[in-house]
Ligand binder design. Structure first.
Ligand SMILES: Cc1cc2nc3c(=O)[nH]c(=O)nc-3n(C[C@H](O)[C@H](O)[C@H](O)COP(=O)(O)O)c2cc1C
Length: 173
């Protein structure tokens, strides 16, 4: 399936309604709720069996997904702010929480993600940071963007890390 051409138009999300999906251990979608299908613009049939990157937006820096997968592989959560791409090219920002899915034997067989709306003043801060990281990545690769991200966070205080970026977003104004 061809990737949609992004357009600069945001999809308004409802308050307190979760966009949910499950994946296998590699990020292949195994389940989505109705709201995921509604917002992304894809049918459940189009989503199930596809890589979760089907909703990946080109403004999202690779470094954030690298951190996400490192955390998931180490059974750690990562509360991420993600800009996603809908089928019609519009975007929607989500605050995403991850948790492992286990089988009856207690073995990890996949992941569950629940997403909700992020307030506009947070995405206004993150949007230029993510775009900058994406540019840095295009020129210098992942190493350059990791370096840039760490230096950027350090500038705002030793206590700000990628993990608590959302809680500390007010310090970045
Ligand atoms: C449970 C789960 C949910 C995910 N949700 C999203 C998502 O909403 N948007 C997104 O771009 N990537 C999401 N990812 C990450 C993708 O698997 C993928 O790493 C990312 O889109 C980057 O694509 P790429 O690795 O092909 O560059 C999710 C991964 C998991 C395990």
């Amino acid at each position: 399936m061809k990737k949609p051409e992004p357009i600069n138009e945001e999809i308004a999300l409802k308050n307190n309604v979760y966009i949910e999906s499950d994946t296998d251990l590699k990020g292949i979608i195994t389940h989505v709720n109705d709201y995921f299908a509604e917002i992304s613009g894809y049918t459940k049939e189009e989503l199930i069996g596809k890589a979760h990157s089907i909703v990946r937006h080109p403004d999202m820096p690779k470094v954030l997904f690298k951190i996400l997968w490192e955390r998931l592989n180490n059974d750690q959560n990562f509360i991420a702010a993600i800009k996603n791409l809908a089928k019609d090219g519009r975007y929607y920002w989500v605050f995403t929480d991850f948790e492992p899915i286990e089988n009856a034997q207690g073995e990890k067989i996949g992941y569950k993600a629940a997403r909700k709306k992020i307030s506009k003043h947070v995405t206004d801060v993150l949007d230029p940071i993510y775009k900058k990281l994406t540019e840095v990545e295009k020129e210098g690769g992942m190493e350059a963007s990791e370096k840039y991200l760490n230096a950027f966070l350090k500038e705002y205080g030793e206590d700000i890390t990628v993990d608590n970026l959302l809680e500390n977003i007010h310090k970045l104004y």
